[in-house]
Design a protein around this ligand. Structure first.
Ligand code: GLN
Length: 307
């Protein structure tokens, strides 16, 4: 076995017995996840990916979609226009908080639900179908293959998503969302229900790590400036109210999702993805954090490591 594969296998073996945390169940379909699943993938600059564990297991991307839709909208509309609708400050609050600026209604940042719904509202498209198709096509460009939506997860989130729906209506009341808030929030639910594997997420992370160029397809998906903006945002806000301790312990820009995925990257070096469904109190994968902390230490990848 080559040394990188061996390292990844060793890291997984070390955390496999950890069973802290709980699978998310506020979206009923997510509660059905197999909690024992564990997978890890790393993508290098030439597009080669090494994946270990349950690497073929598909899961819904959930909040890992947020930096990518933010990137697409930034690239299409420009920074100034986007920042009129959403801030870039850590909220210090949970992912589903009603974290809106008092006077303008601008959500704190695009990586919490309120901000992500505002960003999804900026994706062009007159109806749900058109907007959702644009988003899935955009996510697919980052992954380097055609992704699809898990209709059961979408239906489950739509049936129980009153809090997100309330956020969308609040955003509409401030004119942060334009048009029918229903279209934006349903498009957001579909975005979160997009199916991926750790290999997909690792390639997506690689696209952010290598200046917006997908290392597998060679496609320039977003500009290098946009990639830099998104990576900066992930560094301060990617792990919700766990972002500070994440930066201290792991030191890699990252984004988590409530189905147990975590994306991380080392700029210009690699993209990485891990999946394990049990979550901590912040909604971040418990074993996922251990895996990335260990990898960061082993490889000396903390962004503030000093040599
Ligand atoms: N779809 C989920 C929600 O809106 C995403 C949250 C997450 O992954 N943290 O609640």
């Amino acid at each position: 076995m080559d040394p990188v594969t061996q390292l990844l296998e060793d890291v997984l073996a070390d955390v496999r017995g950890e069973d802290a945390g709980a699978v998310a169940d506020y979206i009923p379909e997510l509660a059905r996840a197999d909690a024992s699943r564990l997978a890890l993938a790393v993508t290098g600059p030439a597009g080669g990916t090494i994946a270990v564990g349950d690497a073929d297991a598909e899961f819904s991307i959930q909040s890992i979609s947020k930096p990518f839709v933010f990137a697409l909208v930034l690239d299409a509309l420009g920074r100034d226009e986007v920042l009129r609708h959403v801030g870039v400050e850590p909220s210090g609050e949970p992912f589903n908080a009603i974290s809106l600026e008092e006077s303008t209604g601008r959500p704190a940042n695009p990586l919490i639900n309120a901000g992500a719904i505002a960003v999804t509202g900026l994706v062009p498209g007159t109806d749900l179908e058109e907007r959702s198709a644009r988003i899935v096509a955009g996510l697919s460009a980052f992954a380097g293959r055609s992704l699809t939506v898990d209709e059961d997860v979408y239906a489950s989130e739509s049936a129980t998503g009153e809090r997100n729906r309330a956020l969308a209506h609040l955003l509409r009341s401030y004119d942060i969302l334009h048009g029918d808030p229903h279209v934006s929030v349903e498009a957001y639910f579909r975005q979160c229900a997009t199916l991926v594997t750790v290999t997909d997420v690792s390639v997506m992370a690689g696209t952010l790590a290598f200046g917006g160029r997908n290392p597998v397809t060679g496609e320039k998906v977003i500009s290098a400036r946009t990639a830099r903006d998104v990576v900066s945002l992930m560094t301060s806000c990617g792990m919700y109210d766990g972002s500070g301790s994440w930066l201290l312990r792991v030191g890699l820009p990252a984004k988590s999702g409530v189905s147990g995925g975590i994306l991380a990257l080392a700029p210009s070096q690699f993209g990485v993805a891990v999946m394990s469904p049990r979550l901590d109190v912040h909604g971040n994968s418990t074993r996922g954090r251990l895996v990335l902390e260990r990898l960061s230490d082993e490889l000396g990848m903390h962004v503030f490591d000093q040599h």
